[in-house]
Design a protein around this ligand. Structure first.
Ligand code: ZN
Length: 95
């Protein structure tokens, strides 16, 4: 099960835009991540899809955007590359 969350405080995107990103990410995950989606730590299968986060590249100005997907039981978090997921196709890139 993949659930949406709405508890982030980013000021760069509106809540509607953030919600749209999470919806697209959830759809992508449902298409690409076969069930059962078992957590390798606790063996539960309930996940929450968060808003895109940016990881800065070491000693450069570059950034990688990732979608965090967290196990709701143990907090184990997976990060999916938002560019590869096509989250920004047709939109301006983050940087
Ligand atoms: Zn877990």
């Amino acid at each position: 099960m993949l659930a949406d969350v709405s508890n982030d405080s980013s000021s760069r995107l509106t809540p509607g835009q953030l919600s749209h990103e999470r919806e697209r990410a959830t759809r992508w995950l449902e298409e690409h991540w076969p069930e059962p989606r078992v957590c390798v730590i606790c063996l539960d299968n309930t996940w929450t899809v968060g808003s895109v986060v940016e990881a800065p590249l070491y000693r450069t100005d570059g950034l990688y955007p990732y979608v965090p997907v967290s196990c709701t039981k143990c907090a184990n978090t997976l990060f999916f590359n938002a560019i590869q997921m096509g989250l920004f196709e047709g939109e301006e890139q983050l940087r």
